[in-house]
Ligand binder design. Structure first.
Ligand SMILES: C[S@@+](CC[C@H](N)C(=O)[O-])C[C@H]1O[C@@H](n2cnc3c(N)ncnc32)[C@H](O)[C@@H]1O
Length: 200
C-alpha cells in the first residue's frame, strides 16, 4: 500500500498553489494534475489548499485530475468515495476537518464534502507510458514518485509534464529531487530551496 498522508509537505503544496493560482486566475478552466496520487490524501490536500486560495467562484473552474497506476488496490474507487478513517485526519490544521469533511455512514470515518469531490477526477495512468493525460495544465504535482524511477525514465516523465503544461505553468515535486540536466533548460526554478519549476 502506498505510503502517504494528508497535508504531507504542506509548505511545498502551498507555494505551488499560490503561484499557480496567480498564473491561472481568470482562466475558464484551471487544470491541475496530481500524478501518483495514491489514495487521494494528497489530491484532497491540494483541493483544500486551492479552495482556501481561489475563492468560491473561481474554484468552480478547477479540474483536479488525480492519477495512479495501482488498480489492484482500487485507488479509483477510494478517491471517488473520498471516505477516510478519523486517524488519518488527525494532522489537519485547525478548522479544516469541520470545513471540508462530514461524518460518513461508517463509524469513525469522514467524507470529503461534495464541493471538493465534484472538482476531482481520478483515472488510472502509468507515468512510464510517457503519454500525458491532457494538456493546458496550470500545475502538475508529482511527489514521492520520481524517486522510484531510473534516471532516463525520470527525464522522459518530466518531458511529458513539460508537454502537458501551459507555457508558464508550474511543476512541483519532492525536496530531494533536482531537475535532471537533460530537462533543466525547459524550466526555471521559482525560488532556491523549493522544488517548484515554471515552464519556459
Ligand atoms: C509514496 S506514494 C506518493 C503519494 C503522494 N504523491 C505523496 O507524495 O504523498 C507513490 C505513488 O506513486 C504511484 N506510482 C508508482 N509508479 C507509478 C507509475 N509508473 N505510474 C503512476 N503511478 C505510479 C504508486 O502507486 C503510489 O501510489
Amino acid at each position: 500500500m502506498a505510503f502517504t498522508f494528508f497535508f504531507r509537505d504542506l509548505p511545498v503544496i502551498e507555494k505551488a498553489v499560490e503561484h499557480a493560482v496567480e498564473f491561472g486566475s481568470g482562466r475558464m478552466r484551471f487544470k491541475v494534475w496530481d500524478a501518483g496520487s495514491a489514495l487521494g490524501q494528497e489530491t484532497y490536500t491540494i483541493a483544500i489548499v486551492l479552495a482556501e486560495k481561489m475563492g468560491k467562484f473561481a474554484f468552480k473552474n478547477l479540474r483536479l485530475h488525480a492519477t495512479d497506476y495501482d488498480s489492484a488496490n482500487h485507488f479509483g474507487e477510494v478517491v471517488k468515495e473520498a471516505v477516510y478513517h478519523v486517524d488519518e485526519l488527525k494532522r489537519m490544521p485547525e478548522g479544516i476537518l469541520d470545513k471540508y469533511f462530514e461524518p460518513a455512514s461508517k463509524p469513525d470515518h469522514y467524507r470529503v464534502i461534495q464541493n471538493l469531490r465534484d472538482r476531482v477526477q481520478f483515472e488510472y495512468h502509468d507515468l512510464l507510458s510517457y503519454q500525458p493525460i491532457g494538456t493546458d495544465f496550470c500545475l502538475i504535482v508529482c511527489k514521492n514518485v520520481l524517486l522510484h524511477f531510473q534516471h532516463a525514465e525520470r527525464v522522459e516523465v518530466i518531458k511529458m509534464f513539460h508537454k502537458a503544461l501551459l507555457p508558464g505553468g508550474y511543476f512541483t515535486t519532492e525536496h530531494t529531487q533536482k531537475l535532471p540536466e537533460e530537462v533543466s533548460h525547459l524550466f526555471d526554478q521559482v525560488t532556491p530551496n523549493n522544488p517548484l519549476y515554471r515552464k519556459r
